[in-house]
Design a protein around this ligand. Structure first.
Ligand code: NIG
Ligand code: FE
Length: 420
């Protein structure tokens, strides 16, 4: 390769590319694919070249071109970095007592959100930034190279604007969630709060955000209110996503479909009509199994959605209440064990599915031209993410072609994962 920065990763036991080319043993020799990345795809005994922050070549290791530096994967697997399309990372305080009480038999209610709102409003910018950056570093160590981050624990004009400005320091996927819950000062005037969210708060927040979201649920916002919030956000140039059907059946998925949202998130309680709506529109069904784990709810029926033809993504919903995990590998393991997904479907949903939910074509796959966001797994195949739950297996992470996080240097010698 002529580029002075090129890196060859060779000796890859399994290269998960999601580029629509199953293991045909062929090099793609610089040919970009159609950009659809509809299916899990992988090849064995592979190599990949990074140049200028992008994937420049993939193919059989035996045919790999030369590069300026070489990494020997020693039989390990390489995957696209995880795309966590749903997270609430700007907050102060913690709610471990609420979790313990729930495990002792008390059901999850939205009331705990207001405790985090109080702590977040009282926190300095420095505290919120430090908390946020700690979680971002934690995600990166676990292979998440792209993440979405919502506001929603401020619920005043300055506090929501502050949360979004902080989020914009660490990700382009910033979501305005002023419509998380009605704050106590508006308890007697929820319509007045919706007006604030759709008016002055939106004006202050839209410049820092790409997305608008609403928690459409009993106890939060109803169908008409949610539709109004999404329409106002869209008029201000934001794209829509929705917290839908988390705690019970409801209108969230229908509201998301009517608004042309990128994603309906949670999807825990779905009617046949909701499943049809998700299967017949481009709305991604984003499933958040960390919530069901932490709230001891029934898991979403991924198999039902996949069999109907819906596009499914997996995300963490990392937040201090309903799901305080930042681990995409944990979500993959839950999806495989508890939600009827195959290991291939779960890994696709956590990479290409998350990219779809964020309307991104440059990530979630390792086709030629993709951003070189990738994970070196300390295991020979993607299956190990579910097969060895709870075990740290992310050996190294690259973001836009640069090494970002490394647990321990991969050894040059053939590891236990070698197929040779
Ligand atoms: O996605 N559903 C609403 N919001 C969060 C929960 C936030 C919290 O419990 O603090 C969620 O689960
Ligand atoms: Fe959420």
């Amino acid at each position: 390769m002529s580029d002075a920065q090129s890196t060859l990763i060779t000796g890859i036991g399994e290269l998960v590319s999601n580029d629509g080319q199953p293991d045909d043993g062929q090099s793609n020799d610089g040919q970009p694919n159609d950009g659809q990345h509809n299916a899990f795809a992988a090849m064995t005994d592979a190599a990949l070249v990074i140049a200028e922050g992008k994937v420049a070549w993939t193919g059989p290791a035996a045919r790999a071109p030369a590069a300026d530096s070489v990494v020997d994967a020693a039989g390990r697997a390489v995957l696209p970095g995880f795309a966590d399309s749903h997270a609430h990372l700007v907050f102060a305080g913690e709610r471990s007592a609420e979790f313990a009480a729930r495990m002792a038999g008390r059901p999850y209610r939205t009331g705990g959100i207001l405790g985090t709102v109080e702590a977040t409003r009282a926190a300095s910018d420095a505290v919120l930034r430090a908390n946020l950056r700690r979680l971002v570093a934690e995600m990166l160590r676990q292979g998440t190279t792209t993440f979405e981050c919502k506001s929603g624990y401020g619920l005043t004009v300055p506090d929501e604007a502050r949360g979004l400005a902080l989020a914009a320091e660490v990700t382009p996927e910033v979501t305005y969630l002023g419509a998380h819950v009605v704050p106590p000062e508006f308890a007697a005037d929820p319509a007045g709060y919706v007006d604030l969210v759709c008016g002055p708060m939106l004006d202050a927040c839209a410049p820092s955000a790409r997305w608008v979201d609403v928690f459409c649920e009993d106890g939060a916002f109803g169908a008409d209110e949610a539709a109004a919030v999404l329409a106002a956000g869209q008029a201000a140039g934001l794209d829509a996503r929705v917290h839908a059907n988390q705690l019970g059946p409801g209108p969230g998925v229908r509201v998301a479909a009517a608004a042309g949202a990128a994603s309906a998130d949670h999807c825990t309680f779905l009617t046949d009509g909701d499943v049809d709506a998700l299967a017949s529109t481009p709305v991604v069904a984003t499933l958040l199994p960390g919530v069901e784990f932490s709230c001891r709810q029934p898991f979403p029926q991924a198999r039902r959605l996949l069999d109907a033809g819906a596009t499914v993504a997996l995300a963490t919903d990392c937040n201090p209440g309903s799901s305080f995990t930042s681990s995409m590998p944990f979500c993959i393991a839950l999806a495989v064990r508890e939600m009827g997904m195959t290991t291939e479907e779960a890994v696709w949903a956590a990479t290409a599915g998350g990219a779809r939910a964020l309307r991104r074509t440059d990530i979630g796959h390792l086709g030629v031209g993709a951003r070189a966001d990738l994970i070196l797994l300390d295991a020979p195949s993607h299956t190990y993410l579910a097969y060895r739950p709870g075990v740290p297996q992310i050996a190294a992470v690259w973001q836009a072609g640069a090494p970002a996080s490394r647990r321990s240097p991969p050894s040059g010698r053939r590891a236990a994962w070698s197929r040779a």
